[in-house]
Design a protein around this ligand. Structure first.
Ligand code: 3S4
Length: 322
């Protein structure tokens, strides 16, 4: 019986120049350039492990063991269906199935899931255009390119945005990221995407984000890693300033108090922060200062994870029976 399966892994992501606002909510296209990194828990790989199977045997498609709603506007089948005809031409008319589990992911699993699936698709259809693949991955998760390419990436363009790696994970080995998680539910990132463009300040935000990406290119060519995270901290402040203007309050008082303390403590040792759309404050510090940063974070919340920058998506297993 015909059965071809490809398993890939991809890491979750966080923004460095944060993405807010969608110029096309179906294709999930942006209004401005952005940047991000991939990460893993230290000592435990964090990834989405995704298997694409083409088989005569009837199977179920699942996400973390639960059946997938294929009608969902951001279902992985949005991506699979765009390649259905090409897959069928190559392997014949058979079932196409998707199974994905998140391992050690604390947030940002949708980028990783879409990227791991994209990697599976690219492995069976190596002639497809990677930029088009990314556009299709975006429909499932708008920042999937970060997870696909890994390390530090920038995403440029509005109608046809594409992502490229500008520094690999090796350059970040002497740095640690602590995720200080606060005990409240995160808001959907679409609250940010659908509201930010309503602000009269948003035009300025677009200019700031685009300029930050240009500055990031210079910082990364100088391998100025602490400069990169300082830029991310300032970008976080600008991003959440817009969110505040449109009444999307991501940064709670408890999170703000930790961010204020980080700003204060920076006078004594280098440390910075990032807040994306979730309920975490990410503290970035030199690896040698990790314990000091932990002590600081633990005064504000009990849930703390140690992270490091990680690399690109990859195929880990294939099987082929006929
Ligand atoms: C809100 O597409 P997340 C944001 O650029 C949207 O990381 C990403 O991130 C900001 O909290 C960003 O949904 O991961």
């Amino acid at each position: 019986m015909f059965n071809r399966s490809i398993q890939s892994v991809a890491h979750p992501t966080m923004g460095i120049v944060l993405l807010g606002g969608l110029s096309d909510p179906v294709k999930r296209l942006p209004f401005h350039n952005s940047a991000g990194i991939c990460y893993s828990l230290v000592g435990k790989d964090s990834f989405s492990r995704t298997t694409l199977t083409i088989s005569d045997e009837k199977m179920e498609s699942t996400l973390n063991g639960k059946p997938i709603d294929q009608e969902d506007s951001r279902s992985p089948f949005k991506l699979i269906n765009t390649y259905h005809d090409q897959i069928t031409r190559k392997f014949g008319e058979r079932g196409i199935y998707f199974n994905s589990v998140n391992e050690n992911i604390i947030s940002g699993s949708s980028d990783a899931g879409a990227a791991a699936l994209g990697r599976c698709v690219f492995s069976i259809l190596p002639d497809i255009n990677p930029n088009e693949l990314e556009l299709n991955m975006r429909m499932v998760s708008e920042s999937a390119g970060r997870s696909y390419y890994g390390g530090l990436t920038i995403t440029e363009g509005i109608d046809k945005p594409f992502t490229r790696q500008i520094l690999n994970e090796e350059y970040f080995k002497n740095f640690r990221i602590l995720s200080a998680v606060f005990p409240h539910e995160r808001k959907p990132s679409d609250d940010i995407h659908f509201n930010q463009p309503k602000s009269p300040y948003y035009k300025k935000r677009i200019e700031n984000a685009n300029r930050n990406v240009e500055t990031l290119k210079i910082l990364s060519s100088n391998k100025d890693i602490s400069g990169i995270f300082d830029l991310a901290m300032n970008d976080t402040d600008d991003y959440h300033y817009v969110n505040g203007l449109v009444n999307v309050h991501i940064v709670t008082e408890a999170m703000r108090s930790l961010m204020d303390e980080i700003r204060e403590i920076r006078k004594r040792f280098w440390i910075s922060y990032i807040v994306t759309g979730g309920n975490s404050v990410f503290l970035i510090t030199a690896k040698t200062d990790t314990e000091k940063a932990k002590e600081l974070a633990l005064n504000h919340t009990k849930e703390l994870y140690e992270l490091e920058v990680s690399g690109k998506s990859r195929v880990v297993h294939t099987t082929f029976n006929e």
